[in-house]
Design a protein around this ligand. Structure first.
Ligand code: HEC
Ligand code: HEC
Length: 319
């Protein structure tokens, strides 16, 4: 089977931003490109806003709004480089020791870890730093504008839909993640089990209706019999597991199948997953365990540790 790695958006001009606003927050000048902003916007929109809501809705909130995060990461003299470093540092390994928002951890629990390359983290940080996301009027006045501006770029730079497919997988993941966190916070692990059991598949279905492409989650060690990986999927999973064993990074992959393009995207475990996918008794409490075995008599999805490949997203797109 042949994999083609997704192309990277290449927009080349560099913007040197001199400090014309007279605001000396920026040390001197910050260097970033239009491509950073475009990539950053798309990553933030797809991966962050589902949890870091823009419009405050206290009832479904699972994380502090992005504006609040930003203000905790920027003090009077924080430079762009420092902001990039601090954000990247936390994103790579969310933990209590490195937090700048201990109150948020107490209230919501630690943020699940996500997998981004250094380049992506930089773009995310640059975007958050450079836009006025923290201003109350930003969402009402600029969000739609930015969406159109940057999504157009993404589309025109990607005639193959490859990047788009990955974007859909990430969007679905963020929505699932948000709903899962919300269920755990409000109903506890056992209560959240019901959410995964009843809502995970319908939720991925509703995303695909919305996006008119197909998305599913599968695994080599599946819990739900409907989520078993087929041979092509298994091949990608095995290959990725070998890479992980060798300490290498796994990357999304694309396969052409007749009229379709199929994208594979890794789903890694974080600390948060272990209460339902970790070691029985040690990580998974007795009550949860007995519920699991009655719902899924053939459950293979336990025994995981942190940072392991739990499964993959499979995104099917028309050519
Ligand atoms: C599944 C929900 C979820 C998603 C998706 C998510 N976050 Fe978070 N994030 C949280 C929660 C919960 C907290 C508060 C607890 C904490 O600080 O770890 C948080 C806190 C943070 C913090 C503050 C960390 C600290 O404690 O100092 C940063 C920075 C952050 N998120 C950035 C991001 C960025 C950037 C993205 C998108 C790439 C993102 N988050 C996506 C849930 C999420
Ligand atoms: C509250 C318990 C719970 C938590 C926490 C949880 N899961 Fe699951 N997970 C489930 C259940 C239940 C299913 C079966 C869903 C179904 O029937 O479709 C499942 C299914 C899955 C599947 C689909 C493949 C399969 O085995 O059927 C993947 C992939 C997955 N989980 C990944 C994760 C990851 C990654 C995390 C952490 C970020 C996580 N889960 C956290 C309970 C949980």
């Amino acid at each position: 089977m042949k994999y083609i790695l997704p192309g990277i958006i290449t927009i080349t001009f560099i913007v040197m931003l001199s400090n014309c606003t007279g605001n000396s927050k920026e040390s001197d000048k910050a260097v970033y490109s239009e491509a950073d902003l475009s990539m950053g916007f798309n990553l933030v929109e797809t991966n962050c806003f589902a949890c870091h809501n823009l419009n405050p809705d206290m009832t479904t909130r699972v994380a502090p709004p992005m504006a609040m995060v930003k203000t905790h990461y920027i003090e009077k003299n924080t430079t762009q480089e420092q902001f990039i470093n601090d954000l990247t540092h936390f994103m790579k390994n969310p933990n209590e020791k490195d937090t700048k928002m201990p109150g948020a951890i107490k209230k919501y629990g630690i943020m699940p870890k996500m997998m981004f390359s250094d380049e992506q983290l930089r773009a995310i940080a640059v975007y958050i730093y450079q836009t006025d996301i923290e201003k109350p009027e930003w969402f009402a006045e600029h969000y739609e504008e930015e969406k159109q501006k940057y999504q157009q770029k993404l589309n025109s730079a990607n005639p193959t839909h490859v990047e788009q497919g990955l974007k859909y997988a990430m969007a679905t993941k963020a929505v699932l993640g948000k709903n899962l966190l919300n269920a755990i916070n409000t109903k506890g692990t056992e209560g959240a089990l019901a959410f995964c059991n009843e809502k995970a598949i319908p939720l991925t279905d509703s995303m695909q209706n919305q996006l008119s492409i197909s998305i599913k989650r599968v695994s080599d060690k599946n819990r739900n019999p409907d989520n078993a990986a087929n041979l092509d999927e298994l091949e990608y999973i095995m290959k990725s597991k070998h890479l992980l064993e060798d300490g290498e990074e796994i990357k999304p992959a694309i396969q052409e199948k007749g009229e379709k393009i199929v994208g594979y995207y890794p789903i890694m475990t974080t600390q948060m997953c272990l209460q339902c996918h970790g070691l029985p008794e040690k990580d998974i409490q007795a009550g949860t365990l007995s519920k699991l075995s009655s719902l899924y008599p053939e459950d293979k999805a336990t025994g995981y540790g942190e940072n392991e490949l739990r499964g993959i997203w499979v995104v099917e797109m028309k050519k």
